[in-house]
Design a protein around this ligand. Structure first.
Ligand code: P6P
Length: 336
């Protein structure tokens, strides 16, 4: 008999029965986010036919030129999530400040953070991009909701995931009980469970970094990459392969599927910035997913999920993936 297809809804209900990690309001939130990702996938797939490519002639809080699809994806996520009663507020890479659920709707107990379309530089050249999301509980020790309520360490997340818009549209998520993957069945219009308990191999022969920045890196990172490049003749005694898609969501997905180490380290081009990637809605959700799959995630020195944020859009240096490789990079940063 053909294996029964398990929908996202059924998976979430059964997980709730098994370990109580997905209360009704959180399940509703995750299903709404998944539906929003389906809509974004349809818009992305239209490309030029939908008039959605190219620049929106505006800049986001990061000072980056926004693509039309960045704004579309952001609006889809806001409109899908604001009325359901499960959220108190949202935060997005594309918005300067938090978006508090309007008074006309009931307020819920969760906070949703997202990068609505990660990898925007790839949109116009038809390379995979994706949505990254993170869910926190709103502190219940005071009325209302403020930006400070979002400034929680990544270890406080109650759900995290991403959706890749590539050859397949796949949703990958965790609620703290391992990592599961769902593939969009376009005939049914629903996400179907295709992998669960995803595990990242502890060792790898594949590194993922933007090599054009090499001359700007700190010594420990240069040492690690030089040793990978030295291959069988060098101290690692094995040859390495390199991949850099410039969509964090896609590079991390590859690592979840077959192992590897991903790095976007601090570099001296902008010494005042700790890194390029954003802590709250890129590094934290990806780090939790990687840890839940048996990998590791640091800023080169400390566990990313332990970092206490001070600003909503703060940046961080990221080293994540196969546990033994991440630990090696950490050792190289440790002067002792
Ligand atoms: P670079 C995409 O803009 C992004 O934020 C990440 O998804 C990606 O890993 C990184 O920037 C790519 O940066 O400097 O290689 O273009």
């Amino acid at each position: 008999m053909a294996q029964q297809k398990i929908s996202l809804t059924r998976y979430l209900v059964e997980q709730q029965r098994a370990d109580g990690l997905i209360p009704g309001q959180l399940r509703l939130l995750l299903e709404v986010v998944a539906r929003a990702c389906k809509s974004i996938s349809m818009a992305v797939n239209k490309g030029d036919l939908g008039g959605v490519l190219g620049s929106a002639d505006s800049e986001n809080v990061q000072g980056e030129v926004q693509k039309k699809l960045d704004i579309i994806a952001n609006e889809v996520l806001i409109e899908a999530n604001e009325w359901g009663g499960h959220l108190a507020a949202m935060a997005s890479e594309e918005m300067d400040s938090i978006y508090v659920v309007p008074n006309r709707y009931p307020q819920g107990e969760y906070l949703l953070l997202f990068d609505p379309l990660d990898g925007s530089s790839n949109i116009d050249v038809n390379v995979s991009i994706g949505t990254i999301f993170s869910v926190l509980k709103k502190p219940d020790d005071h009325p209302g909701v403020h930006e400070a309520d979002f400034l929680q360490a990544g270890a406080k997340q109650v759900a995290a995931g991403y959706c890749i818009y590539g050859p397949q549209t796949t949703l990958v998520l965790t609620v703290g009980h391992g990592v599961a993957m769902f593939t969009l069945d376009r005939e049914q219009g629903s996400f179907v469970l295709t992998k669960e308990n995803i595990q990242i191999p502890a060792d790898t022969k594949e590194f993922s970094v933007n090599m054009s920045n090499m001359r700007h890196w700190d010594e420990p990172v240069k040492r690690y990459i030089d040793e990978c490049l030295a291959g069988t003749e060098g101290p690692r005694g094995k040859d390495f392969n390199m991949r850099w898609i410039a969509s964090m969501v896609t590079d991390v997905h590859r690592i979840l599927m077959r192992g590897g180490i991903f790095m976007y380290p601090w570099d001296k081009r902008e010494p005042g910035k700790p890194g390029k990637l954003r802590l709250m809605y890129e590094a934290n959700p990806m780090s939790w997913l990687v840890e839940q799959a048996g990998g590791a995630a640091t800023n080169g020195k400390e566990r990313i999920l332990d970092l206490q944020p001070t600003k909503l859009h703060e940046r961080v240096s990221v080293v994540l993936g196969s546990k033994n490789e991440v630990e090696r990079v950490t050792r190289y940063h440790d002067p002792l």
